[in-house]
Write a protein that binds this ligand. Structure first.
Ligand SMILES: *Cc1c(COP(=O)(O)O)cnc(C)c1O
Length: 368
């Protein structure tokens, strides 16, 4: 039996890079609270991502949760149920009501033709997700937001390094939030960032991540969500290799595509116009009628060979037990169908092309 192949594997720099990076911490004993590593990573990420302002946090979830709080959102927000648990939890934990709007069947992002019918006099924001690194219909979302005076907060957790029309993806919307979790394209072990334009917002956010303190007095109801120096150091090291890592991902994604593109019953993520991709994930949508096998049968077959693909995203966040039965998945039929048909195949920079070949051969043998 071959070694197990998991859906992802965290990127790590050469160990000596990291040791060298953290050495100075033994001189300063400055382990957290926005030290030199935090500052250096902030500066470098601002440049790499091409954004005006950026703040670093403990994780992507806190980036979402605190930026919603800092924006002062109220009432209802329009969002997608086809995402990771965090997007919806951040909304609900802010006391906001998620109004789930359906997604496009082709790129899995919010279907902009359905957003306006979800708007009420309580709506304060649109919270879309650039899911799998696929870029949302930014122009149309901007147009709708302007027309109805709504804020736009992108969950950009999947799209580190993605560029749209030659601009960093984090520069769009009022705010974009990244995750630097171990499993993401770029990691700081755990970590996250908020990208934004205005200065006043930044002051509030940096207070919120540090107990709401201004000069040691809590003027805001804050939390502790500061990125520590060891995580920032990991980020500084990983950032040196990011271009190579994305290139390796591209080679793997292209290999998958060479086997799977055009196979009847399989649908792949689109190659979007004007988008420089990061190849974060390789989702495949199975149409049981044409392929002869459903998504769950394919997972089962792959697992016999010690290959573990992931039902990402299943189930829809709107159906999680933590919300009771408040939200019906039937209001988002496209997302619901996708959640039953989609499978994310293993993809990480060191994945051997021979293994990609093997995965594709097993998958294609499933076809009936
Ligand atoms: C990973 C992820 C998050 C949360 O990020 P963490 O860093 O794990 O807290 C939020 N949204 C999406 C879409 C994600 O994939």
């Amino acid at each position: 039996m071959n070694d197990p192949i998991l859906v992802t594997r965290s990127s790590m720099p050469p160990i000596n890079d990291y040791i060298k990076e953290i050495e100075s911490l033994w001189d300063t004993h400055h382990l957290t609270n926005m030290g030199e590593k935090h500052h250096a990573l902030q500066t470098r990420l601002k440049d790499y991502l091409g954004v005006q302002q950026i703040d670093l946090l403990t994780n992507g979830h806190m980036a979402l949760e605190l930026s919603m709080q800092a924006l002062g959102l109220t009432g209802e927000v329009i969002t997608t149920p086809f995402t990771f648990a965090s997007t919806t939890q951040a909304i609900v934990r802010n006391g906001l009501k998620p109004v789930f709007s359906d997604v496009n069947p082709d790129d899995f992002t919010l279907d902009v033709t359905k957003i306006e019918e979800c708007i009420t006099d309580k709506t304060s924001a649109i919270i879309p997700v650039h899911v799998y690194g696929n870029v949302c219909n930014i122009e149309e979302i901007e147009r709708i937001a302007k027309k109805y005076h709504l804020k736009v907060l992108y969950d950009a957790a999947h799209c580190f390094g993605v560029r749209y029309k030659n601009r960093g993806i984090g520069a769009f919307g009022d705010i974009s939030c990244f995750s630097f979790h171990a499993t993401k394209v770029f990691n700081t072990i755990e970590g996250g960032a908020v990208c934004f334009h205005e200065n006043c917002f930044g002051k509030k956010l940096s207070a919120l991540k540090n107990f709401g303190f201004y000069d040691g007095i809590a003027y805001e109801l804050g939390v502790n969500a500061k990125m520590n120096e060891f995580c920032a150091a990991m980020g500084l090291c990983n950032l040196r290799y990011i271009e190579e890592e994305i290139l390796k991902r591209k080679i793997i994604a292209d290999r998958y595509r060479s086997y799977l593109d055009g196979v009847s019953g399989l649908r792949l993520s689109p190659i979007q116009k004007d988008v420089l991709q990061n190849y974060a994930y390789f989702p495949v949508v199975f149409d049981e009628n044409l392929f002869g096998r459903n998504r769950d049968q394919v997972i089962e077959e792959l697992s016999k060979y010690n290959i573990f693909a992931r039902k990402y995203f299943y189930p829809l966040t709107s159906t999680f037990p933590c919300y009771g039965n408040q939200y019906s998945p039937d209001t988002t039929p496209v997302a619901l169908r996708l959640s039953h048909q989609i499978l994310t195949l293993p993809l990480y920079p060191e994945l051997d092309l021979k293994d990609v070949d093997r995965i594709c051969e097993i998958l294609l043998r499933c076809k009936r």
